[in-house]
Write a protein that binds this ligand. Sequence first.
Ligand SMILES: Nc1nc2c(ncn2[C@@H]2O[C@H](COP(=O)(O)OP(=O)(O)OP(=O)(O)O)[C@@H](O)[C@H]2O)c(=O)[nH]1
Ligand SMILES: [Mg+2]
Ligand SMILES: [Zn+2]
Length: 363
Amino acid sequence: MPTASPVLSLSDLGWDDDWAAALADQPAAGLTPGRVSRIDRGISTVLTAAGAVRVAAVAELRLAVGDWVALAGGSADSAPMVLAAILPRRCAFRRVSDDPAAREQVVAANIDSVLLVDAIDGQLSARHLERYVALAWQSGATPVIVITKSDLASPAEVDQFLAGVTEVASGVAVHIISAATGEGLEQLAPYLAPGLTVALLGLSGAGKSTLVNLLAGSTILATGAVRGDGKGRHTTTYRELVPLAGGGMVIDTPGMRALSVSSAAVGVAQVFTDVEDLATHCRFPDCSHTTEQGCAIAAAVEAGELSVVRVDSWRQLLSETTAESPQVTRLRVVERKRQKATAKAGRSRARATQKKLAPPPQL
Ligand SMILES: Nc1nc2c(ncn2[C@@H]2O[C@H](COP(=O)(O)OP(=O)(O)OP(=O)(O)O)[C@@H](O)[C@H]2O)c(=O)[nH]1
Ligand SMILES: [Mg+2]
Ligand SMILES: [Zn+2]
C-alpha cells in the first residue's frame, strides 16, 4: 500500500549538525541529503526537504530503511537523482539469519529506540524476548517493551504478564497499551519527540502496524487479523519509515521469529548484567559456575535470588555468540553505557531547544 509522503523539513526527519558534518565530509560537493523511507526491488524512496524522491539502487551501496543518504544530480536539467553515498550509521538493528551462508541484514538504521512489541495474548516466550532485547541493546538504540492488546486481559493477568517481562528485561522500560481503547498510548510520546525515530519489532500479529496507524492518525498501513492458532499472517512484508504528523518517526517492520544472537555478545551481556555482575564475585576467575566452591552465581540460586532458568538462558545465549572474552564484553558494555549517557544528555539538550520552537507531539 503506497504511503502519502508529506513534505517535511530535514530537522523533522532527524537531521542535525552532526549529519551536516557527515555530508560535508563527502568528497563531492552539491549533494542533497535525504532519509530512506522504503526500499522496493531496485528502487528506494528517499525523503528530502523538497519531498519524496525515487532513486535507483546502486549495487555497492546496501541501503537500510532509516539511512541518511547523499544524492547527486536532479538539478535544472531534470535528470533523475542518483545515490552517491550512505552517511555513516549511528546505530542499526541488525538481523543475522541462522543460515551461516546468509548475509547480515540491517532492519532499521539511525533509530533512537527499539520498541519491542509483544501482544498480551501473543506467542512471544520469555526466551524469545531475551533475544529481541539482546539484539536491541546491541543496536546501540534504547530497548523499550510495549505490551499491546491490554483490552484482552484482566488487570490481574496484565500484572502477572508484567512480572514475567520485568524478570527477563530488568532495566528496560515497559509500557502497556491497547490500540482498541487507546489506553497507555500517551506513554509513547517521549520516544516520538520531533526528530526522534523508533523501530517497531516483534512477532507477526503483535499489533505493530495497527499502532503505527493509530499514532499517524490514519490508516496508512495494512493490518491483518491473527489466525485461529494465534499466529499472525505476516501482513507487513516490507519495512517503512513513517513520519508522524505530531513529530517523530516510526519504522514498521514485518514480524520476525528466528533471531540469532551470534553477533550480539555485548547485547547478551547487557540483558544479563545481574548474572554477569555476580560472575565477577566468584572465588575463581575461571569459574564455570557449576561445581566450584565460592561460586557467586550458585550461591544466588541457592538463596532464591536468581532463577536457574535465567542462568541456563544466559549460558545458552552466551554459547551462541561468537567467541569474545567476558572481560572484553564487559568493557564494551561499560563503554556503551558511558556513550549512551553522553548521547542522551546531548539529545535532551537538543529536544529542549526544539520544544521551544515546536508544539508538543499529539497522539
Ligand atoms: N483487541 C486488540 N486487537 C488489536 C490491538 N492491536 C492490534 N490488534 C489486532 O491484531 C491484529 C494484528 O495486528 P497488526 O497490526 O496487523 O499486527 P502486526 O504486528 O503489524 O503484524 P505483521 O504485519 O504480520 O508483522 C489485527 O487484527 C489488529 O486489529 C489491540 O490493542 N487490541
Ligand atoms: Mg504489520
Ligand atoms: Zn561461578
